[in-house]
Design a protein around this ligand. Structure first.
Ligand code: SF4
Length: 302
């Protein structure tokens, strides 16, 4: 079995920065309870490892960030890499919480572009995922922002000469291109602005380049909540790779996945700890002689 280590893969600068900010908060406020509003980055091992720094995650997928704030009585709140709404910041201040913003600069850049276009009087079509915190923060900006997940969501009769289209930073570049074309067909005067972040783009391009390399199996190491990990798996399937598996960690590899595997590629999402991906690669490299899973040690995650 041949193993292809796809590059680039794993942590992006926004995730490294958010983790660093959280660790510094733990040093700065040793006596205060510290909470993260939602998952700091979309990986359950990172959330678990943060507990060692006495940083607790407040998460409930059915609640908005503002609603989640009700569960924090006092102390310090960290806003995640996915961005935060002004309303949530104001609510944290009213509650007397200290707040720290770990929003990724690439997410903030997209927010700023949208704010500018709203001020200029544009109606906005925003390609993103419902219930994703990045989309939630953007949609809270104005009722003139329409969330588009697929072609059916494109409004059929917007009466405006000023229409601006952009996207969540971690979408599939192929899906965004496809939706841009569909929107432009309907609204030829539209202003398009593609905002996929560079980390997402280069990881997706690396998967697209696997086409024609006779890869039969692709492992994407990533949390099921991670949009960018899901998009890597989706693009792998779209490239015609027969078996694509999104796995949290090495222990999710079943022997049935490898029965006929000859050429196996491994990548990982932007929020996946390198340690977890390395365990998968090492397991596959020694699979023919040793099929015992290694122990996953939480101390090695951050
Ligand atoms: S995936 Fe992109 S937008 Fe998200 S944290 Fe990383 S660099 Fe920032």
């Amino acid at each position: 079995m041949e193993i292809i280590k796809v590059a680039p893969r794993g942590y992006c600068k926004g995730v490294v920065r958010a983790i660093q900010i959280a660790k510094e908060a733990a040093k700065q406020y040793p006596q205060e309870p510290i909470y993260v509003l939602g998952m700091l980055v979309h990986n359950r091992y990172v959330i678990e490892a943060l507990k060692q720094f006495h940083i607790h995650t407040i998460d409930d997928k059915s609640k908005t960030r503002e609603e989640l704030l009700d569960q924090i009585p006092s102390g310090v709140v960290i806003f995640t890499a996915h961005g935060i709404s002004q309303q949530a910041i104001e609510k944290a201040e009213k509650k007397g919480l200290k707040w720290i913003d770990a929003s990724c600069p690439d997410v903030v850049k997209t927010q700023d572009i949208i704010k500018e276009k709203l001020q200029e009087g544009y109606e906005i079509l925003y390609i993103g995922k419902k219930f994703h915190p990045e989309a939630e923060a953007i949609c809270s900006l104005s009722s003139r922002i329409h969330l588009i997940e697929n072609i059916q969501d494109i409004p059929s009769s917007l009466q405006t000469s000023k229409l601006f289209v952009t996207n969540q930073t971690t979408m599939s570049m192929f899906d965004v291109e496809h939706l841009f074309q569909a929107i432009q067909t309907q609204y030829p005067h539209v202003l398009l602005c593609e905002e996929i972040c560079n980390a997402t783009r280069v990881r997706q391009e690396a998967i697209a380049q696997l086409k024609g390399q006779e890869i039969d199996t692709l492992f994407v190491v990533g949390d099921p909540h991670s949009n960018n990990s899901n998009r890597l798996a989706q693009i792998g399937k779209e490239q015609g790779i027969q078996n694509v598996y999104l796995i949290d960690d090495v222990t999710q590899i079943k022997s049935s996945y490898l029965i006929d595997a000859k050429k196996v590629a491994v990548t990982s999402g932007a929020s996946t700890p390198t340690y977890l991906t390395n365990q998968v690669i090492q397991y596959l490299e020694h699979y023919e002689t040793d099929q015992q899973f290694p122990t996953i040690c939480i101390n090695n995650i951050l």
